[in-house]
Ligand binder design. Structure first.
Ligand code: SME
Length: 151
């Protein structure tokens, strides 16, 4: 499945109101991880109320100990503050990076906005070095916009 087909699949998933929001988010993680070979860990983090921290939401991939990430820490914590996409071609080049698995070579984090407010993010790890292009950014921004409608 290409990006356009995956976007249509995500439309179907988000509109399935018989499922809980978490189940729909998990389904999104599952189809992205399944159909994009270089997406090897796919998950959501959401801002925890008024606290300056992110909480892990639904994900697929290796279990992670990093269920809570303070603002500013790691790639995810930096995106919570910057409100901007963060593309990391090579995680070894990053000082402020939280390693979840030794197999991970690259990461992309794209924020989710609801009414202009950064409420969370989609986080993708890749076991391939430098795999992400602007097409991934545009694709993931579109996924985040769809997710924002059910949060
Ligand atoms: N690597 C992330 C932590 C989350 S894991 O990738 C699941 C970071 O540096 O924020």
């Amino acid at each position: 499945m290409n990006f356009e087909q995956l976007k249509q699949e995500v439309d179907h998933i988000v509109s399935d109101t018989k499922k809980t929001v978490d189940d729909r988010l998990l389904n999104i993680c599952q189809i992205l991880e399944k159909h994009i070979t270089y997406y090897n860990w796919v998950g959501f983090y959401f801002i925890n109320g008024n606290k300056q921290e992110l909480l892990l939401g639904p994900y697929v991939g290796a279990p992670t100990d990093h269920k809570v990430i303070p603002f500013g820490k790691g790639i995810c914590g930096q995106v919570a503050v910057s409100n901007q996409n963060f593309v990391v071609p090579d995680v070894k080049e990053q000082n402020n990076y939280i390693a979840c698995s030794i197999t991970v070579k690259a990461e992309i984090v794209v924020p989710i906005f609801v009414d202009g407010k950064n409420i969370g993010q989609i986080d993708i790890d890749s076991n391939t070095i430098d795999p992400f292009t602007e097409a991934d950014e545009r694709f993931l921004e579109s996924i985040c916009e769809k997710v924002a409608t059910i949060i």
